[in-house]
Design a binder for this molecule. Structure first.
Ligand SMILES: Nc1ncnc2c1ncn2[C@@H]1O[C@H](COP(=O)(O)OP(=O)(O)OP(=O)(O)O)[C@@H](O)[C@H]1O
Ligand SMILES: [Mg+2]
Length: 408
């Protein structure tokens, strides 16, 4: 083989090698391209799937939803939105929040007011805002608006609308029914008051002038006791009526706190003795005085003492203590009785709420504490209940401002 021939051979074999490596590289590139294409198709499919999931979610809520971007362009909405506000399709197609706002504002008696509130929300960039909208056609819509952020960046707002007309009507009906019940109880109490007073007067007369037969005396004493009990119930009901209608009048004057404690203890002596309880009283500094309707504050403390005596087994201990704390007169009534479960501590101050546990007899109407709370609050004070739980006794704490010169 000549030198030229050897060189040609070499060139040919190198060329062959190049051609086959180019082929391999090309095949590899094609394979990679195919894989990339498949991956892209898969991703596109996943994206389409999650988009349709999102749409389905948007459409399956009962709320009406509108999404806008920072420039006031509508980026999304659901069919409920179009139906709730009856917005023509072409307005929705325009994607302009401005046009949608104009259409919605026509549903209000005062369109300007509606519109300016939206301006306010936009310009304040409030993270969230909620309003109740009353439409001219009587519908009531709750609107909730929240900024929409993607990866920490604010991109727009989501506006959610919920028709709460039914709920509002039910609430109104309940409030009305409650008002009628209060009115009925108040009228009933008024109607019962006079006959009861007449019965009491008649039986007291009989006690003095009737035949002195011991059996009859006993019967008359029963009538007196029960009539007094009924009178107390009726008086409580009358108080509730006065409180709910705002007709409770207070006759305030300066009074020593210790006087109130003594009078309240006296009112409850009978019950406390009958139940064999002992009452210990820790008086306040004698100079501590209140500017209050004394009879009403005596009523507060005696109601609490009464409860302490009622909700404890016979032979228990009741502590009544008064002191000054941070410029307030503080009255505490403590017992070692049945106690109050934690979840009832606030609720027992509501009218007609009583704790019913086995073995606990329930008498009364469940209004004593609601009267206590109303009276204390009318005097600018607070009352709270504390208890470690059932069987662990209870404590009621009343705080009232100490006497300052009245400015009324
Ligand atoms: N000291 C107490 N210990 C345990 N439970 C109490 C105490 N005081 C009140 N309660 C619970 O709170 C409920 C409400 O008390 P509230 O004084 O309002 O009504 P009542 O005593 O049932 O009836 P009344 O209208 O005659 O006062 C009571 O029924 C009782 O279950
Ligand atoms: Mg009571």
């Amino acid at each position: 083989m000549t030198g030229d021939e050897r060189e040609n051979d070499l060139i040919r074999s190198v060329a062959l090698q190049n051609a086959s490596s180019i082929l391999i590289a090309r095949q590899r590139a094609e394979q990679e391209l195919l894989e990339a294409k498949q991956a892209l198709e898969k991703k596109t499919e996943e994206l389409a799937q999650s988009l349709s999931m999102m749409r389905a979610t948007l459409e399956s809520t009962t709320d009406a939803i509108l999404v806008t971007d920072e420039q006031g362009v509508i980026t999304d909405f659901n069919e409920n939105f179009v139906e709730m506000w009856r917005i023509p399709r072409e307005i929705m197609d325009s994607r302009q929040h401005r046009l949608v706002r104009d259409a919605i504002s026509q549903r209000f008696e005062n369109p300007k007011q509606y519109d300016s509130r939206i301006d306010e929300i936009y310009s304040a960039a409030a993270p969230q805002a909620s309003d109740v909208l009353e439409l001219a056609d009587g519908r009531i819509i709750e609107r909730f608006s929240k900024v929409q952020s993607v990866e920490g960046r604010i991109v727009g707002r989501v506006w959610t609308f919920r028709d709460i007309t039914e709920r509002r009507l039910t609430e109104k009906a309940l409030i009305e029914a409650d008002r009628r019940k209060d009115e009925f109880l108040s009228v009933l109490a008024h109607e019962l008051r006079n006959p009861l007073a007449a019965v009491l007067m008649a039986v007291r007369l009989l006690q003095r002038k009737g035949p002195p037969d011991p059996a009859l005396q006993n019967l008359r004493a029963i009538i007196v006791r029960q009539t007094l009990l009924l009178t107390k119930l009726v008086d409580d009901l009358l108080d509730v009526g006065r409180i709910t209608t705002g007709k409770m009048r207070l006759e305030k004057k300066h009074v020593a706190l210790n006087t109130i404690l003594k009078e309240a203890a006296e009112v409850c002596t009978l019950l406390i003795e009958r139940r064999n309880h002992t009452l210990s009283v820790q008086f306040a500094d004698p100079s501590l005085s209140l500017y209050v309707d004394a009879a009403r504050i005596v009523q507060v403390v005696s109601n609490l003492l009464n409860n302490a005596a009622k909700y404890m087994n016979d032979g228990g201990q009741i502590e009544l203590a008064a002191s000054e704390e941070d410029g307030n007169a503080v009255i505490r009534v403590r017992d070692k009785g049945f106690g109050i479960p934690r979840e009832m501590l606030d609720r027992i101050f509501q009218r007609f709420v009583q704790i019913s546990t086995p073995g606990r007899s329930v008498d009364g109407l469940g209004i004593g504490l609601s009267v206590v709370k109303a009276l204390v609050e009318r005097h600018g004070g607070t009352v709270e209940a504390a208890s470690e739980g059932l069987g662990k006794g209870s404590e009621f704490i009343v705080r009232l401002p100490v006497s300052v010169e009245p400015n009324e």
